[in-house]
Write a protein that binds this ligand. Sequence first.
Ligand code: GAL
Length: 461
Amino acid sequence: MTRKFPENFLWGAATSAPQSEGAQYEDGKTASTWDVWFEKEPERFYNEVGPKDTSLTYEKYAKDAKLMSEMNLNSFRTSISWNRLLPDGKTVNEKAVLYYRDYFLKLKEQGVEPIVNLFHFDMPWWLMEKGGWESRESIEHFAYYANTAFEQFGDIVQHWMTFNEPIVHVQCGYLGNDHWPQVNNFKQAVQVAYHTMLAHAAAVKVFKEKQRKGRIGIILNLSPVYARSDKEEDQEARGNSELLHIKSFLDPAVLGKYPEELVTMLKDNDLLPAAESGDSELLAAGKVDYLGVNYYQPLRVQAVNKEKVHHPAKSPSDFSRAYDWPEKRMNLYRGWEIYPEGIYDIAIMLKDEYENIPWYISENGMGVSDEERFMDEEGIVQDDYRIEFIRDHLDQTLKAIDEGANCFGYHLWTFVDCWSWLNAYKNRYGYYRYDLETGKRIPKKSSFWMSEIIQRNELDR
Ligand code: GAL
């Protein structure tokens, strides 16, 4: 059976400035937490490949734009590096302006619509030294940065995003040690999450007040939460996890306020963040026009052992426990579950509970290690596993669209293999392989397959 995608469906791929630009300290860019962290502890990064070795977009963007167009992509998401545009937080770096303007224009000239995000885990070091998102000051600094970006690029860019996966810098930086500052403290984590959403709202507010052209949104990683069973305790764990992992960002972004149950939960555990008067109004002003949804794998949970949990809670694991579903289908090359039906469930949730807001799949994809194993004699990675992965997720997307979901696009993570934080280039995700030695971009089989899907705008099953 062949099914059509809606007309003008956005087909593209996504990356971020810190993961692809390179040119670490060139042309006035100052350090982000990643640059400094790598200098302090290079051994934490896979094969000691750090942020300076990312995929050279800074020099190759024009060629990349051409490759995208040859692949029939009509859109592409990347981010601006805050510390490139405003190296000290205040002064506009003219070289950065020239670079990003030309980058976005080159994309447009190739018929590739840029979607531009402002923050992708790359906290400027000067702001981290003042406490990063923990400090209330960060809100104002971010709003200033956002306004600068709108002023400098608003004539070219029509699709803006404030944050990519804002829960990730909270989880990895304040409930774990995969992001700087490697703090493990629930209360601080909640404060950071709260300031992040206020900063998001401040950026949206400034965008709307100045009546900028285009639309503004946020990118959230929305994994549906599935419980081990229908038992009350497992369902309670599911509800808790949904509040902490989904609604904590989705509700303020789409509905302009936090859910009551979340506030009660935090209050009961002495976790409420410090707030100021006017915050609720600010959050209400932060409602987005559209949403990007990143989806890789679902969340599966089960009841906590009530005798063992802390009260007040010390970590999210006091509210729900991870559940390892024995029947899961796995991406063995990355250790992640593959569950395409998750896309459908998210789509229906957004339709029924979130005003059927327009959204697109802003990241989906399959990380695979040692992909050179799958190269043919011509050096083309035969990534049939990725083709199957994409096809299964597109299939579920179409099913949801048929049922009224407001999904308008699909972006793969990523176009050219890029740097994945502590994992560096361990897992590859791109339509194009990145040769670390030469900087060359080499198409993978999936790029040819996808190019045809896009051209036909339909999928065979
Ligand atoms: C996402 C993140 C990206 C990229 C991707 C694949 O969570 O937004 O930056 O690293 O995972 O690992």
